[in-house]
Write a protein that binds this ligand. Sequence first.
Ligand code: CA
Ligand code: CA
Ligand code: CA
Ligand code: CA
Length: 349
Amino acid sequence: MTTTKQLARPLGAVAVLLVLIFGAVLVVKARTGGSVTATVETAPVANVGDAADDPAIWVNEKAPAKSTIIGTDKKGGLAVYDLAGKQLQYLPDGEMNNVDLRSGFPLSGRTITLVTAGDRSDNTIAMYAVNPATRELEDVAARLVVTGSGAYGSCMYRSAKTGKFYYFVNQKDGGFTQWELIPAGDKVDAQQVRAFTVDSQPEGCVADDGTGVLYVGEEAVGVWRFGAEPDAGDARTQVDRVGGNLVADIEGMSIAYGKGDAGYLFVSSQGDNSFAVYQRGGSNEFVRSFTIGDGNGIDGTSESDGVAVTTASLGSAFPHGVFVAQDDADDRGKQNFKLVPLQSIVPRT
Ligand code: CA
Ligand code: CA
Ligand code: CA
Ligand code: CA
């Protein structure tokens, strides 16, 4: 026979559990300030499982509506998509984890948009030029540049001070190296110029070419700002932390450039399927968090790794820029990337 006393214990436990669940829901709700929807999603990546990782946006200055999304498939290569999500090219060149790009790189008497990716197959820097006519990527690596015992997160920087181009790459042990990217005939070479560390596993990073700041995500800890110049040393300050507006893992990050130091820093907060937005300038004041929900016949994103954003007008589909996020679980099976009009997330800068 069950007595009232025997029932009180499990009922008490259930009540505590309900309060905990309800509390957690409230906390997540407070942290994620609203939901937006994608208007385009890319074709799925080639490989199954956790394969898609990081996007970059090539802004086609002559024909903005013909800009492209370059996305990594960390199980085999990288792909180029048009703004309707159609795949234009797939390069089965290795286990590309993160991708980034910079325009204006001088090469053989012209300037190119240089694309780099961290190739985890052999810990090298994959380097490509965007062919503006075909929109495809062409290999420009002068040689296999091995960057150490791992190529995890990576990002690029163009110094406003010196005009030099750099590649940052990190390892799971917290080590970072910075490489100067150097023209070598009609190819590109690289040379290490700096090393520094964080205390635990990093991945996402992004450099702000306007302010000279390098943002680094230490996945279970927080977002740090370092100087992006090769002589900036080890000095760092914290922008936000896990338990603040971020839930581990901290993943991809990207910068939406406005005039001067206006604009925003976007960070993927993978643990609660959200994205945090901060001011680019000042001390990176927190602006908002958001999620990408189902809508327009496109499923929302969850557990996003990489993100990319631009404020450039990309024609009628994305007149005020676009935010791109990797989606861990696409409703067609394989992973892909979702595109959200930027004006549905932040005011124009
Ligand atoms: Ca993933
Ligand atoms: Ca990660
Ligand atoms: Ca999804
Ligand atoms: Ca879908």
